[in-house]
Structures are given as C-alpha cells and as structure tokens.
Design a protein around this ligand. Sequence first.
Ligand code: FPP
Length: 235
Amino acid sequence: MSASVSPSPLHVAIVMDGNGRWASKRFLPRLAGHKQGVDTLKRIVRACPPRNIATLTVFAFSSENWNRPADEVSGLMDLLAGALAREVSQLKQEGVRLRFVGSRSGLSEKVRQGLHLAELETSSNTGLTLNVCFNYGGRWDIVQAARALAERGEDITEDSLSSAMALSPSADPDLFIRTGGEYRISNFLLWQSAYAEFFFSPVLWPDFSEIDLDTALTEFNSRERRFGKTSEQVR
Ligand code: FPP
C-alpha cells in the first residue's frame, strides 16, 4: 500500500496526455502510443483501490478529437471496442463499475453496443467507479444539462444543473491530474473542477506509473483546501 494513502475516499480525474509524443520519440505511429496508454490505464485503475481512490474519471476522447486524422479517430474507436471486449470480464471480477460519460451520437453501433454492455455488466459493482469520458466536452455537458432542465421545465440552480450533468451521480473531482507537460484544462470537467486541486505532471501518459500517482497524491495531501473560506476557518 502506498505511503500517501488519503484519509478520505478521493475522486481523481486525469487528462491522459502525451501518447502521440511517446510514440513519435520511438518512431512509432501515434496509435502505438494510444495502445500503450490503454496499458497504463489498466495499471492505474488497479492502483486506485489501495490508495483509497473511490472514483477515477479519465478523458479518453474529446468532442474536439473528431478533428484528428481519420485513421487516428478510427484507431481510437477500435482501441476502445477491443479494450472493452478484452477487459470487461476482469474489471467485473475486480468490482469496478464502468460508466461512459459523453455523447453517444456520432459513435458507431458497434461502439455504442460495447459501451452499453460494459455498463450493464458492471452496474451492480460497488468497488472503484471508472468514468470514461468518451466523445465528451465540458461545454457540451453544461449545455446538455441546461437543455434537459429547460425541457423538463425545471428551475436552473447549481444543484439541479450538477445533477443533470453527465458525470452525475459522481461527485466533483478532488484532484485533477494532467500528464504530458501541458498546462491546460482542454474542455474537461469545466463545471465540476471548480474546487479541484490541479497537478500537472511532465510524464507522458504511457510512462505514468504508480510512483507518479503517489507523487500527485502526496502533493494533494499537502494542500489546504479552503473552498473560499480563510485558512483559520478550515483549520
Ligand atoms: C492525448 O494524447 C490522448 C488521447 C487523445 C487519447 C487518450 C486515450 C488513451 C490513453 C487510451 C485509452 C482510451 C481508450 C480508447 C480506451 P495525445 O494524442 O494528444 O498526445 P500528444 O499530446 O503527445 O500528441
């Protein structure tokens, strides 16, 4: 077990950036980096329960990723479908509850079916909740939530909007990690990250290890979260 175990169950969100650069450095096609990224994700998923992380939310495909070259987009779709076909039964045994957060429109019937089955098969699990944001954008989420409330004639409040967001019922993330050395949110969890602690790692996602996760958790545990209050009030 890690030395940096958190006192309370955590929600960790990760922008898994750097796959393309990892591949380029090795003169490999970008998709090789994404494949290695899936292996990293498997390791990090397994590292969560012993570290008291109850929810892990990862950014696997953004609304804007459709603008990438067509072979990379179709490669990412195939990677997801293949990973689901291979991994769901093992994840199910390990108690992981899988959820896909994002728009289903634009996805092929095969991918949609894969997402649906994976959610269904793991729906009664009570271990780690793994939210995979796929065809997701923070702005899309805010708009779809506001639209849903307006269509139902409901009042728009912070609470009602939060509940209508695609990430609900998962709570807001406590720790937001971005790998790959860039300092951007890139339209990930815009609403939900209002009070997240940010950790930017220079490590490219395929190289991100349990030790790097522990570095982020140690840093997180050293922060004082004030939620708008003064230091004296929260101590
Ligand atoms: C960003 O790296 C990463 C992505 C756009 C995809 C993330 C996907 C995975 C880690 C694989 C897991 C996902 C599935 C489909 C199960 P980048 O390509 O922007 O890297 P770069 O900044 O080095 O070019």
